[in-house]
Design a binder for this molecule. Structure first.
Ligand code: S3P
Length: 218
């Protein structure tokens, strides 16, 4: 049975438990790739509105392809010793945005890593250029109703806490759309689709882009 994409309810970072070699879901997105080596040269930055499934897809990329995972929100919470709502309340949004930028720049030496970005990361131009320097930027999308269903029961997103309506979400998405789309190398729809299929699409399209870039520039 298909497992449709769900927001990772624990919000926890993947623990690195399953090696891709022993993984029964292991798949080959490229028929001409019999070695099963899906590695990309660069990292993958997952961007998108809250509730578009970045954590779920990051976990799935870890499970299917053995990529390391960094959950930006969790890293910042660990650094600060408190949850995102408390950071917003105590220090304000700007402080949180600066922590995001600093974390992003600290990740430039990484390889084979999927970085699940907080929804506000692409709103700063310097974040976008930092991501582009060290990886592929993948925009995940979903409709406002789907997002509402996914975030309805969680209380760790201060910007939505008292605004959980499809109309508010749609309006906020509209305001951010231009920046999200400008940052993205590829856009992947998540509504009604299962996570492994989304992961295969991401890997296929990014490998194709790498091949095209190598052909063009070498
Ligand atoms: C935010 C998204 C959240 C978190 C913070 C702000 C945003 O992350 O970083 O609440 O501005 O879109 P998720 O996108 O992982 O929910």
């Amino acid at each position: 049975m298909k497992k449709e994409l769900k927001e990772n309810p624990s919000g926890k970072k993947a623990s690195g438990k399953t090696s891709s070699a022993e993984n029964p879901f292991r798949d080959t997105p490229f028929s001409d790739n019999p070695s099963g080596d899906h590695r990309l040269k660069d990292n993958i930055f997952l961007i998108g509105f809250m509730g578009t499934g970045k954590s779920t897809i990051a976990d799935c990329l870890h499970t299917l392809y053995g990529m390391d995972v960094v959950e930006m929100d969790r890293e910042i919470e660990e650094q600060e010793g408190m949850g995102i709502p408390d950071i917003f309340e105590k220090y304000g949004e700007e402080y949180f945005r600066n922590a995001e930028t600093a974390l992003l720049y600290g990740m430039q030496g990484r390889r084979n890593t999927v970085i699940s970005c907080g929804g506000g990361v692409p709103l700063r131009e310097q974040n976008v250029s930092g991501m582009k320097k060290s990886g592929h930027v993948v925009l995940l999308t979903a409709g406002p109703e789907t997002i509402l269903q996914r975030v309805r029961d969680s209380h760790d997103r201060p910007l939505l806490e008292n605004n959980k309506t499809a109309a508010f979400i749609a309006d906020m998405m509209d305001k951010r759309r231009e920046k999200y789309e400008a940052a993205a190398d590829i856009v992947v729809e998540t509504d009604g689709r299962d996570a492994p299929r989304i992961c295969r699409e991401i890997l296929c399209r990014l490998r194709l882009q790498e091949l095209q870039r190598n052909t063009l520039y070498n």
